[in-house]
Design a protein around this ligand. Structure first.
Ligand code: ZN
Ligand code: ZN
Ligand code: ZN
Length: 168
């Protein structure tokens, strides 16, 4: 899969968050689909997991940039940030995960699996440091999607068919 598929790049993103065109504020809420890795035991998360994206991936997954002063949308796209499928984002946010997490590895029966997920998150940017992402869909909730599952005991892995985010 090509790693950079979003509509924004570093330069256009920096321009969007440089200042609001309507009210002159320089603070924005940015929503982005970014990847998170978590350990799952017998089909349930054993801890909260950790972010595994970098700044480039964050910009790549960005789908909405809203001014914190006036609410004006500096950027918004309903297309899938990963594969650009039309209204793929709207579908991804509303859909439950398309992949069931097995209770154990089908090959070696290990009950501990590593799940890489892509999840919607928000950060606040501008007027100081960008905040840490706040996850807006958790394991089992609509919008939380599985990119891959890997066994911790053997080489078994599984990926959903098609785009991990929107399913197309
Ligand atoms: Zn504004
Ligand atoms: Zn997609
Ligand atoms: Zn295994």
């Amino acid at each position: 899969m090509v790693s950079s598929m979003g509509y924004l790049d570093g330069k256009s993103y920096a321009a969007k968050i440089a200042g609001c065109a309507r009210c002159d504020r320089k603070a924005f809420e940015v929503a982005s689909y970014i990847e998170r890795e978590l350990q799952v035991m017998i089909g349930e998360p054993s801890q909260d997991g950790r972010w595994i994206h970098d700044e480039e991936k964050f910009i790549d997954g960005a789908y909405r940039i809203r001014c914190l002063g006036c609410g004006d949308e500096a950027y918004a796209s309903d297309d899938c940030p990963r594969c650009k499928h039309t209204v793929g984002l709207t579908e991804a946010l509303a859909a439950p995960a398309r992949v069931a997490i097995p209770k154990m590895c089908p090959k070696c029966k290990t009950t501990s699996l590593t799940v890489t997920a892509t999840v919607p998150a928000r950060v606040r940017t501008g007027e100081g440091q960008q905040t840490a992402p706040t996850q807006t869909a958790r394991f089992g909730e609509p919008g939380f999607h599985v990119v891959s599952i890997a066994c911790e005991g053997c080489d078994w892995t599984s990926k959903p068919p098609g785009c991990a985010l929107c399913g197309h």
